[in-house]
Design a protein around this ligand. Structure first.
Ligand code: ATP
Length: 266
């Protein structure tokens, strides 16, 4: 079966600390993954390995058919869309850009438009905005967008490059409940477009129906990796979060409650 991601015994050490410890898992074509783990568990470090920003101390990785050390990372990165709060540092550059230009810039992996734009690219950017119900932001500048609109436009920017893999690192952090649902509607549609999601979050209720598999990380190691129904159990999540929790599903979405072992919930 064709592999989207394959990580084999990845170890990443920094300053004597083992940040990622023997990480192995595979993402097959058609699977949509979410990644859960406490602050400091190693989620961002793992994304940096996948993107080739960090090189593993040991182990091997292949990302959408590109084996690290054997192929061009810039070419590989062109096939990956990446939205993370680390993009916030580009706000000053983005502030003066229109929604249309921000989406268009995804084609060039830049944050501004420094090239001549062909009509086909412009039409595609307009279509991306339209599909995300963001046409009203086409000619407005980023500094006038709400936080939720900013996240959605940045997802649009990531989609502009037609990526096979879309990595979303806490795309709903800081959003209110309505803005979060607007982002999740977009996320839920992504697999229909034959793309693969790798979705990092602290909130399991963001795992909408489109997510098929879950990776649980604790202290740089894997607690579990596999189909959502097998992994999202109270036992495995309690271990991952070092807190007793229970999981229940409503409308196909998982929710967490703290499992009050003292019985004070009654
Ligand atoms: N370049 C580095 N040098 C040394 N330690 C690092 C480096 N990058 C990350 N770490 C450490 O590795 C651990 C994992 O960090 P990472 O950012 O991957 O966690 P995370 O799961 O993404 O956390 P959060 O949910 O808070 O974003 C932390 O203890 C962090 O301090």
């Amino acid at each position: 079966m064709e592999k989207i991601l394959s990580l084999n015994n990845i170890i990443w050490r920094r300053n004597g600390d083992t940040i990622l410890n023997d990480i192995s898992f595979e993402v097959n074509k058609g699977e949509q993954w979410a990644v859960l783990g406490l602050n400091g568990a190693g989620k961002t470090s793992l994304l940096d390995i996948i993107m080739g920003y960090n090189y593993p101390t040991a182990g091997s990785a292949s990302v959408i058919g590109t084996e690290f050390g054997r192929a061009s990372l810039p070419d590989m990165r062109k096939r990956i869309g990446y939205v993370s709060s680390s993009l916030d540092k580009f706000h000053e550059t983005l502030n003066r850009e229109t929604g249309l230009n921000i989406v268009l810039s995804g084609k060039f992996s830049s944050f501004g438009i420094y090239q001549d734009i062909d009509e086909a690219s412009k039409e595609r950017a307009e279509k991306v905005l339209q599909d995300l119900n963001l046409s009203h932001l086409m000619d407005r500048t980023y500094n006038t967008f709400s936080q939720g609109e900013r996240r959605r436009v940045l997802i649009g920017r990531a989609l502009m490059g037609n990526p096979e893999l879309l990595i979303l690192d806490e795309p709903c952090s800081g959003l209110d409940i309505r803005a979060r649902e607007d982002v999740l509607k977009i996320v839920n549609k992504i697999p229909e477009e034959e793309r693969h999601l790798f979705y990092v979050t602290h909130h399991i209720e963001e795992l909408t129906g489109s997510i098929t598999h879950v990776l649980l990380i604790k202290d740089g190691g894997i607690v579990a990796a596999g189909p959502k129904e097998e992994v999202l159990t109270g036992t495995l999540l309690s271990e991952t979060y070092k807190t007793p929790v229970k999981v229940y599903f409503e409308n196909e979405r998982p929710w967490l409650v703290i499992d009050d072992v003292e019985g004070n919930n009654d």
